[in-house]
Design a protein around this ligand. Structure first.
Ligand code: SAH
Ligand code: MG
Length: 216
């Protein structure tokens, strides 16, 4: 283990977990290879929600509902979460989890490709004070213009998997053409976030790397 891994393992040893329902769903997700947010990212989301107290959260990438339910659990009662997923096989699993968790009414589940759904949300004039981006990494850059339109003033944008496997920085192994394209797009996204005059952005190397931005 290098320094970064030892540090991450030590921090994880201090983790106190979540509710029994979430801990169970986390276990199921890991066993079935659903790429849910890692523990330090879970804690970070809980922290930001506790500071920011958002009322309208948008998530891109529901999977089986783990992070939506985590945000529902740790936000105020009058907060509402809208989450988007395009992978049909995950629809019934996410729906069942929303029901079982008791947060069905706090979460609006939109089934569809975020490319179109974000466009529709913009047309409807929807605004969110917290947006969590956790879908296909290569698409963040495409979602970005609409995400900026949907983000309120003083709103917070967090993106997951921004530095996945460090491959972005240094390609240790032969990288496939597809991955090279994804890395290029992610670098472009990170450049946009850090150089956009409307945003204040920090890139944080926890989990697979996250970004946090605040809109001026
Ligand atoms: N946020 C979840 C994990 C999401 S995994 C959690 O931490 O619990 C990423 C998900 O994004 C996958 O289920 C994938 O199907 C979905 N996804 C990828 N591209 C998408 C798109 N264009 N529109 C909607 N969902 C997308
Ligand atoms: Mg992720």
């Amino acid at each position: 283990m290098d320094f970064h891994e030892r540090t991450a393992a030590y921090i994880e040893s201090l983790d106190t977990g979540n509710t029994a329902f979430l801990d169970e769903l986390e276990k199921y997700s890991l066993e079935t290879f659903v790429p849910i947010i890692k523990k330090p990212v879970q804690n970070f989301l809980k922290l930001i929600i506790s500071i920011k107290k958002p009322k309208r959260i948008l998530e891109v990438g529901t999977a089986v509902g783990f992070s939506s339910i985590l945000m529902a659990e740790y936000s105020d009662d009058d907060c509402h979460i809208t989450t988007i997923e395009k992978y049909e096989k995950r629809f019934p699993i996410a729906e069942e989890n929303f029901l079982k968790s008791g947060y069905k009414d706090k979460i609006t589940f939109i089934k569809g490709d975020a490319t179109e759904v974000l466009e529709e949300l913009v047309k409807k004039g929807e605004i969110f004070d917290f947006i969590f981006m956790d879908a296909a990494k290569g698409q963040y850059i495409n979602f970005f213009p609409n995400v900026m339109k949907l983000l309120a003033k003083d709103g917070v944008l967090i993106s997951d998997n921004a530095l996945q496997d460090n491959e972005l920085i240094q390609s240790k192994y032969a990288v496939t053409r597809r991955n090279r394209t994804i890395h290029k797009r992610m670098r472009e996204y990170l450049f946009n976030l850090t150089h956009n005059e409307e945003l204040v952005t920090s890139i944080i190397p926890i989990g697979d790397g996250i970004t946090i931005s605040s809109k001026k």
